[in-house]
Design a protein around this ligand. Structure first.
Ligand SMILES: Cc1ncc(COP(=O)(O)O)c(C=O)c1O
Length: 468
């Protein structure tokens, strides 16, 4: 790296601008401002190449659950690399860590889950689920039962099928998506989508009726699966209203529609339970996991399927031949070693329980500090995931126009305070490592509060907002 630096005689920042196309980044802004290059991390803190420290309130991208800089993770990955750094799972081949990790994961998920299919990203896991749902219905002699329903504001990834399920306009507009057969229903976002005076329970019933009506209209024999995150992350941290999943699951059962729980963010302790499925008493047919599975020390994800689905796949096997799906790196031994060590650490340090306890403190602190702020419409979240929604008019619930650019402005003000958050449209998201301490949380809240005061002053100064 140093020799490349010397031979090119340009800064790392300049090299970045000349060579990288960054995901989810404005090209023009990046060329103007350049990157923040993170070089080190420990616990919930990271450092950039200029020596500046940050509190990472996002745990990377909602994923570094056990925190940065764990030597025993490095040791576990290194030890596996010394044994065998790669072997795949195709054609009945296997490697020991992948077998042991699948077995371990099945001990953690609900009993009716049966098999684990390893992939490398959340997107791949969700693509895999859709292909399995299609395959399942082909084997059951229901070749028309193929449509997939998801929610607006849902996030399921960016590959062509996953992006089709994602319910965010930006993921569709530039790419001629969604594909045909991918449908979207209203999000369970009580703050913005409930009618005046509608209770959470009433709202949940109405959303279930909407889903029911859509399935009836399309024809139940054409709908294969419904996918949902237990708590929606990238759509703005949206917790389900009371009764939501009970109502939704009743509709799915009635129409023989599979339920895919996208646990990519919620899995592995984020909500203060091992899975969102546990917190909301879900009975999914399939579960997608990623992020917290290895705490992102090595990329890995998995599509988990229930016994019901497995039995159909198994009985179809003599006629269809091999399951014609797989990724070169699926079940990679280094990733599996990282997954096994992550789970061992989580169990040894009781991280799920800790996330539950410290999550209570976190949620209380955020509400106490921000709920009454004139720019804050709502503070929401559960466990160690939260969102602070900023609004232009609190009393009348009027959102900020996108043109006000709350997101980029607030992100920069937070960074200036040494706090890394993601601002999704007008919502400041938090998803810190599960190892955060009370003092880390106090510091996050203080830094966020200072940034919010600066934003308020700036908006007032620019004539973009005034107190009611
Ligand atoms: C709920 C959910 N599903 C799927 C994905 C996609 O995962 P990946 O970026 O690893 O493809 C994400 C990513 O943030 C996610 O939050």
């Amino acid at each position: 790296m140093t020799s490349i630096d010397n031979s090119r005689n340009i800064s790392l920042e300049e090299m970045d601008k000349q060579s990288l196309l960054h995901p989810y980044t404005s090209i023009v802004d990046h060329l103007d401002q350049g990157p923040v290059v993170i070089t080190k991390g420990h616990g919930a803190r990271v450092t950039d190449n200029r020596g500046r420290d940050y509190l990472d309130a996002m745990g990377g991208l909602w994923c570094v659950n056990i925190g940065y800089g764990r030597q025993e993770m490095v040791d576990a990955i290194t030890a596996q690399a010394k044994e065998i750094a790669y072997y795949h799972l195709f054609f009945s081949m296997a490697n020991e860590p992948a077998i042991r990790l699948a077995d371990k994961v099945l001990q953690l998920v609900p009993n009716h889950m049966s098999k684990v299919f390893f992939c490398n990203s959340g997107s791949e896991a969700n693509d895999t689920q859709v292909k399995i749902a299609w395959y399942y219905n082909n084997l059951r002699g229901k070749p028309e039962k193929k449509k997939i329903i998801s929610r607006k504001l849902g996030y399921h990834g960016v590959t062509v099928v996953a992006a089709s399920m994602t319910g965010l306009p930006r993921n569709h507009q530039s790419f001629n998506l969604p594909l045909d057969g991918f449908l979207h229903v209203s999000p369970p976002h009580h703050y913005w989508y409930a009618k005046n005076g509608e209770t959470e329970v009433e709202f949940s019933k109405r959303l279930a009726e909407e889903l029911d009506a859509l399935i009836q209209r399309e024809g139940p024999d054409t709908v294969a699966a419904f996918i949902a995150e237990p708590v929606m992350g990238a759509g703005g941290v949206i917790t389900p209203p009371e009764g939501y999943f009970i109502e939704i699951q009743n509709v799915l059962k009635k129409h023989d529609v599979l339920f895919i729980a996208d646990e990519v963010i919620c899995g592995f302790g984020r909500l203060g339970t091992m899975f969102g499925t546990d917190l909301y008493q879900l009975e999914p047919d399939m579960m997608s996991i990623a992020k917290g599975l290895t705490s992102a020390y090595v990329p890995m994800s998995a599509a988990i399927i229930s016994e019901k689905i497995w039995n159909v796949l198994k009985s179809g096997s003599p006629d269809t031949g091999p399951f014609a799906h797989g990724y070169t790196y699926g079940g990679h031994p280094l990733a599996a070693a990282a997954g096994l060590k992550t789970i061992e650490i989580m169990e040894r340090e009781n991280l799920v329980d800790k996330a539950h306890k410290i999550g209570g403190y976190f949620q209380r602190k955020l509400r106490a500090k921000f709920a009454d702020h004139p720019l804050v419409g709502e503070v929401r979240g559960v466990g160690l995931i939260a969102g602070i929604e900023l609004v232009a008019n609190k009393a009348e619930k009027i959102p900020f126009e996108l043109s006000v650019q709350i997101g980029p402005q607030m992100t920069q003000l937070l960074l200036d305070e040494g706090l890394i958050n993601r601002v999704i449209t007008n919502t400041i998201a938090f998803s810190p490592p599960l190892v955060v301490t009370e003092s880390d949380i106090d510091e996050m809240v203080e830094r966020c509060s200072r940034a919010l005061e600066k934003l308020t002053d700036k908006l007032v100064h620019e004539g973009m907002w005034k107190a009611a």
